[in-house]
Design a protein around this ligand. Structure first.
Ligand code: KG4
Ligand code: ZN
Length: 346
């Protein structure tokens, strides 16, 4: 069916719009909010205001890059949950306004389901079912993706998300926010076996994750070994490499084990942390060793983006699964940390 979809994502701190034409991504624009770095986490009020400023120009740019106009659109897809309520509402209201004005269907998309289906952007021929590890600043989840509308949750984090473990570790090491990419960068020059940090919940009885013990271990390690100053140079590189290894080893081992437990032959890693170079390397090695297909996504499709909302929306469009104009944004669970910044739990 020839059709053109506009997709909108605004659940956290990225304002993004994409155009999907006949199931393929025709354009993708992501406006990332920089103002949160000074706070060491996402400030909800700043995020909402920034979405309000960015939403119209982002949509206009996505339409223009795809060489299309609002009049040519067949439907509008938008993230309705989970996320920061003030942020979600900006995208949801923009989408509702366009759908009503243009007289086209509205398609509400679940943000996590979109992450799971983001695999189809870079690997359209991906075969169901596959095991998906969702790793971002807010989520650490293991899902079986059985079909475009059939997802089974196997495990999730009991405390911090993997990206949060990277970011909080980076903060203790005096690196900026978000710290994941910086830990990754410093770790490249470091010795992964220089220090041993704990691997949480590695027992085979659960598919859940836990990273808070690791974070505490780093805090005590720094207090004892570097009481007077933050480590620099080779010390910093070795700590980053060892800390990263603890996170990566846990993620990879639990993923491979879950694939075996559920007889799955295909694996994917999605979400912002999927860009981590060591995670990519170790997952590839273990998939090769166990004869598993490894569906890899581009980093731009790992971070929050509207292309994944569009792909998830496309499947709903084909199924005629539309939402009423009365659909509402849902925040799901939000937990504030000590600094008043928040993490969105999916
Ligand atoms: O999916 P995402 O863009 O936003 C959320 O929904 O949270 O993920 C952002 C998270 C941050 O915690 C960031 O530190 C982490 O992904 N991240 C990385 C890397 N790139 C981004 N963590 C480790 N290594 C990376 N290369
Ligand atoms: Zn996300």
């Amino acid at each position: 069916m020839p059709a053109t979809l506009l997709a909108i994502e605004s659940s956290c701190d990225e304002t993004s719009a994409a155009v999907i034409r006949d199931g393929a991504v025709a354009s993708l624009v992501i406006a990332s909010q920089k103002e949160h770095s000074a706070w060491g986490g996402v400030m909800p009020e700043l995020a909402s205001r920034s979405h309000v400023r960015a939403i119209a120009p982002t949509i206009t740019e996505a339409l223009s890059n795809a060489g299309t106009t609002p009049a040519e659109l067949s439907a509008v897809a938008v993230t309705t949950q989970p996320g920061l309520i003030g942020s979600l509402l900006v995208g949801v209201n923009a989408a509702k306004g366009m759908a009503a004005a243009l007289g086209i269907p509205l398609i509400g998309v679940h943000h996590i389901e979109a992450h799971l289906l983001s695999v189809l952007i870079d690997t359209p021929q991906a075969e169901f079912p596959w095991l998906s590890l969702v790793v971002s600043g807010g989520h650490t989840l293991l899902y079986v993706v059985r079909a475009a509308d059939d997802f089974q949750l196997l495990g999730s984090t009991r405390d911090d998300a993997a990206g949060e473990a990277f970011d909080k570790g980076a903060k203790m090491l005096g690196l900026g926010y978000p710290g994941g990419p910086l830990v990754d960068q410093h770790a490249r020059n470091g010795n992964r076996t220089a220090h041993t940090f704990p691997r949480g919940l590695l027992s085979p009885t659960t598919h859940d994750f836990s990273f808070s013990g690791l974070k505490t271990a780093l805090r005590y390690f720094l207090r004892d070994r570097f009481p007077d100053q933050i480590p620099t140079g080779q010390d910093l590189a070795d700590i980053c490499a060892s800390y990263q290894e603890a996170i990566v080893e846990t993620l990879v081992e639990k993923t491979i084990r879950a694939a075996a437990a559920h007889g799955l032959r295909r694996v994917s890693v999605v979400g912002g942390v999927s860009a981590n170079s060591r995670l990519k390397q170790r997952m590839e090695q273990e998939c090769n060793k166990h004869g598993l297909a490894n569906y890899i996504i581009k980093p731009i499709h790992g971070t929050d983006n509207a292309a994944m909302i569009g792909i998830a929306g496309w499947h709903k469009f084909l199924a005629g699964n539309f939402s009423p104009l009365s659909v509402t944004a849902r925040a799901s669970t939000i937990r504030a940390d000590r600094h008043g910044t928040v993490r969105v739990k999916g």
